[in-house]
Design a protein around this ligand. Sequence first.
Ligand SMILES: *Cc1c(COP(=O)(O)O)cnc(C)c1O
Ligand code: SF4
Length: 430
Amino acid sequence: MQALTVERYRAIDRHRVQETPQWRLLTPELREAVTVVSRVLPFRTNRYVMDALIDWDRVPDDPMFQLTFPQRGMLSPDDYQAIAELVRGGASDEVITAAANRIRMRLNPQPAGQKTRNVPTLDGAKIPGVQHKYRETVLFFPKRGQTCHAYCSYCFRWAQFVRIKDIRFAADSSDQLVRYLRRHPEVSDVLVTGGDPMTMRAAALRHYLEPMLALDHVQTVRIGTKAPATWPHRFISAPDADDVLRLFEEIVVRGKHLALMAHYTHPVELSTDVAREAIRRIRSTGAVIRMQSPIARHVNDRADVWTDLWRHGVRLGCVPYYLFVVRDTGARGYFELPLIRTWEIFQEAYRQVSGLARTVRGPSMSALPGKVHILGTSRLGDEDVFVLEYLQARDPKLVRRPFFARFDPKATWFDELQPATQQDVEFFPD
Ligand SMILES: *Cc1c(COP(=O)(O)O)cnc(C)c1O
Ligand code: SF4
């Protein structure tokens, strides 16, 4: 029950981490890596992650340490050296930030056409903080929810957390979203995302959500969150925890499906009393918890990690939903695995769980044309191929039709794959 005593959220950043008792457990090399890499890639953790989730005897290999602490290998050797020299030489914040921004812009901050292809318009003007890629589902980024209780080192939304002008998504209110939704009756789902909307106060969350509840065609409200994993106290002992639960209940009573798209990376996140209590309380409102995560080297690239996570999740009443291929942005070189390896890990885990956990779909790549599901490999004539399908696509007619790409044992992302036959070309629209 020890973890239940941590009640107030306090972000631990690159300055405060040096005041924690665990800082002294790190070797000088690991400390330097944290100091240097955190100047380029966002770093934030909290006491719960540090005290209850990281096993300091296993650092640096501990998966939660890898998930939340910057590691040397996350930057290229040249970039690491450049920033390390500036830091050692006592360069000003301004100089370091300028150097960091040049590196950041090379790290594909907005993958899969988020800025160029997903932003919808209302009367000819782009709507800030909204993305609409798949017909049924609109993504909404409330301004006050553009942070997280801890940052994942593999985050594909990392650009939300660094202060470079014009690369963030953020909306002040849901007014424009609601006007857009009124004209788009085909939208059944609104996915509120970030960052993590559960970093907002209950009142702020209500301010954003309430206006859309009146729209009858909006059947589902989804909230993308990692709070149940990295700050479960949000739902238990935070000053407005009960207000949040009441809001959830109201959404359900108003006839909507409320889904928490809970980002769970590793089974240790389900192992504490607070984590389980948070799930129990959320579920008591009628909300459904669906679990999703990428699979990343150094963090969760073993089949038994996934069998554990899904089994535990199902036991607690959660529904396994997506398993993603780690995306082509940020520190991808550190986390990526060959697609075939990701598929092997998935398949080995999947075949060991009962049907109730086989609601999980994956591995899935969120690529420019859509979510590409790797079904496996096969042979076509005398050629080895990947068998793929779209779970979601900008062009709905591509969905759920098997297609083939030439097998490539090294490929780590969709843009490295080639159509296997002439018939497959239409599935590679970009
Ligand atoms: C994954 C995703 C969705 C939701 O897709 P579902 O298959 O309905 O869960 C919506 N928009 C974008 C941009 C996505 O990547
Ligand atoms: S919880 Fe999600 S948005 Fe937040 S840092 Fe992790 S991956 Fe990124």
